[in-house]
Each structure stands twice: as C-alpha cells, then as structure tokens.
Design a binder for this molecule. Structure first.
Ligand SMILES: [Zn+2]
Length: 113
C-alpha cells in the first residue's frame, strides 16, 4: 500500500510497544471470552432472568471475539509491515493515535471521532 509521510515512520521501540498493547488486548479478550462462555454454560436454561443473562453473556462474548480477531489481524499487519496505514487515504497513522487506539484503521483526518 502507498503511504505518504504525514506520519513519521515508527521506531523499533514504538513498534514493540504497539505489539505489546495488541497482545495484551488479545489476552484480555480471550480471558473474557472464556469467562463469558463459562457463565453461559452454567446458567440454568429455563428461567427468565438467566435467559436475559445468557443473552448478555452471548453479546459480550461476540464483542470479545470480534476484538480478539481485530487485534490478531493487527498483529499480522504489524508483522508484514502494513500496520498503521490508514485504510482510507493510505497515510501512516501517527504513533500517538495508534497507542491511544491500537485497533484503529483510519487516521484522525479520515475518522475524526
Ligand atoms: Zn486517512
């Protein structure tokens, strides 16, 4: 992918820091996923309040699953050198932005939220 030099190239230390952050996200959400699956499994099937809790656990598990996948893909991208390129304009996303939101795929100009 073409990148412009709006963001500076990252140093090895910065890349390591981002890699650590991403791995932490994967570990945290895998742990959450296991916990949610466990609570899902142990809730009794036939009462209304546990039906609601099962629904919430399922939703939370889906979020963790999605975040886990996004972090794993980001780690792959970090490996192959494509991490940190805005998927809209192609510029290099600034390190500070990536540190604040490691899963972001757009620069602050393309996604000013
Ligand atoms: Zn952009």
């Amino acid at each position: 992918m073409e990148t412009t030099d709006r963001g500076r190239a990252m140093t090895d230390a910065q890349l390591r820091e981002l890699s650590d952050l991403l791995q932490e996200i994967v570990v945290t959400h895998r742990r959450r996923l296991r916990r949610q699956q466990e609570s899902f499994r142990t809730l009794p099937l036939h009462d209304r309040s546990s039906a609601r809790r099962r629904q919430l656990a399922r939703r939370a598990a889906m979020t963790s699953f999605r975040v886990c996948g996004a972090a794993s893909r980001a780690l792959d991208a970090l490996e192959d050198g494509s991490y940190g390129a805005c998927d809209r304009c192609g510029c290099a996303i600034a390190f500070e932005e990536l540190r604040a939101r490691p899963l972001t795929r757009r620069c602050s100009e393309c996604d000013p939220s």
